[in-house]
Design a protein around this ligand. Structure first.
Ligand code: ASP
Length: 332
């Protein structure tokens, strides 16, 4: 029988009602007790790593999760992390960079309603996750939610309340699970040993453009961080300034690049990705040498930059690592 380690970190799945609102209080053992049917197909041990609303998750918690999996890797066939849905997509992406090429599955799941509620989605999500963690064709980091399996680098929380909270962005679902039956759409063969990483640089800023935004904001963000990801409009571009014409954003970006800062162009539009070369406003940013997220999710772009800057500060290596596909994170 497969051995699975359940790692509890909090989230709605583990919440109890309190006078001040839902608070994660159920323990990892409590969670397992709610899915007794899983004993038919796996033996589950549990560890309580954190008990947080995922609003409070920080990069050091991603390192804790990766370390917990690394230490327990030889002893289990798969891992299920119970996590809040609000930052689940960031955690899934971060773990996809911290644990690469893992033959054993690392599943992240959670719920929109606490596990003790009658109409909860928690019990089915947890049961599906445990069953997927036992599947011989499951590898690497993924989210299992509402019957869908999403690559860890491709998830986005799209709904705040409905059970189908997550979508796979610019990439197909890896698999679906209906009544316990798993149908794989994307099969990979991962063998050998995983690569674990234990450093991240969290000095990364995400700047969302709005019409009329001052280039001064980019300057301030760039001065106090190692990298700025600019969430631009549509396929991507940098706005021209009101006073000093088109040089304003471009000249701030140029000055930051000269100081060794990393600037990445992304898009606010969820589907279909950036394509800087299309319009003059983007072409100029491209010519300057800014990196581009292409079809990556913002969650993957942010955590990939954190991972890369945790490994190197060399501009050529950064460019090559950012544009290399890792765990399905980008097709272009
Ligand atoms: N605020 C909760 C969290 O992310 C929401 C959830 O889990 O659904 O921890």
């Amino acid at each position: 029988m497969k051995k699975i380690l359940l790692i509890a970190t909090g989230g709605t799945i583990a919440c109890k009602r309190t006078a001040s609102g839902l608070t994660p209080l159920f323990t990892s053992d409590d969670l397992i007790a709610y899915v007794p049917q899983s004993k038919i197909f796996c033996k589950t041990d549990a560890v309580q790593l954190l008990n947080l609303d995922s609003t409070n998750i920080r990069p050091e918690h991603w390192l804790m999760m990766a370390r917990c999996i690394r230490e327990n890797y030889p002893h289990y066939d798969g891992f299920v992390i119970c996590h809040g849905t609000d930052t689940m997509a960031f955690t899934a992406a971060a773990l996809s960079y911290l644990i690469q090429n893992s033959p054993k599955p690392v599943i992240i799941t959670g719920a929109q309603r606490p596990i003790d509620m009658e109409d909860t989605d928690a019990r089915i999500n947890l049961l599906d996750s445990l069953s997927y963690a036992c599947c011989p064709d499951a590898h690497g980091i993924s989210i299992v939610f509402d019957g869908n399996v999403i690559a860890g680098t491709r998830a986005r929380k799209m709904r705040t309340k409905s059970y189908n909270a997550f979508s796979s962005i610019n990439f197909p679902y890896l698999a679906t699970i209906r009544d316990g039956h798993i149908v794989h759409y994307i099969k990979e063969d991962i063998t050998g040993c995983p690569a674990f990483y234990d450093t991240l640089c969290s000095n990364v800023f995400l700047l969302k453009l709005i019409p009329g935004i001052s280039p001064e904001i980019l300057s301030l963000a760039g001065e106090s961080n190692d990298a700025v990801i600019i969430e631009s409009f549509g396929v991507g571009g940098l706005p021209y300034g009101e006073e000093d014409g088109k040089e304003s954003f471009l000249s701030v970006a140029r000055a930051l690049l000269q100081k060794g800062k990393l600037i990445v162009m992304a898009t606010q539009v969820v589907h279909e990705g950036s394509d800087l070369g299309v319009y003059a406003v983007g072409h100029e940013a491209e010519e300057l040498g800014l990196l581009e997220t292409g079809d990556m999710t913002l969650e993957a772009a942010v955590t990939k930059v954190m991972w890369i800057l945790g490994q190197t500060k060399d501009p050529d290596t950064i460019r090559s690592m950012f544009t290399t596909t890792i765990a399905h994170d980008r097709l272009y």
